[in-house]
Design a protein around this ligand. Sequence first.
Ligand SMILES: [Fe+2]
Ligand SMILES: [Fe+2]
Length: 193
Amino acid sequence: MNDRERALETWKKHNDDDYLYRHALSVEAAMRWWARTYGEDEDYWGCVGLLHDIDFQKHPEEHLVHSARMLAEAGYGSDFIRAVNSHGFGICTDIEPVHTMEKVLYAVDELTGFIYACALIRPSKSLDDLETKSVLKRMKTPAFAAKIDREVIRNGADMLAAVTPGFSLEDLISGTIEALRPVGREIGLQTVA
Ligand SMILES: [Fe+2]
Ligand SMILES: [Fe+2]
């Protein structure tokens, strides 16, 4: 069994919700794309993305309280667990994203859902013809996908600007749209032929 298969098995041990599965796949795809961009370990980043919400289905009111136990049981080490828990920084944990991987996870968690929402209302229902500027515009429309916290996305972009000078919110959005295109169908969107 490879790392990805093991991560998926761990996810399925604790989750079966379709919406959460699509979210896990989305964050995984984003983590893989950004790992390649930063020249880092794609599989490791991808597995962190896949498992970042491991305890959410069973413990929505105690998110990230149970993740360390679930991940340790499955054999994941302290660095992996720390990375998972850091995505709740300022929301449900006080573990600050420090490593680039943690900053990317923090930045793409809400953003993948926002990009999905932007694609879903297009006539094509696709990421293929979704432009960065349209996502930026919708971020400034509070009524659109109102539950998604724009501040987290902006904070994430700022964290990454500390890693790569000049890195912008536009860079974060355009990279993450590109990252999600290959899994468009898997996460419930269409593809433009
Ligand atoms: Fe989460
Ligand atoms: Fe999440």
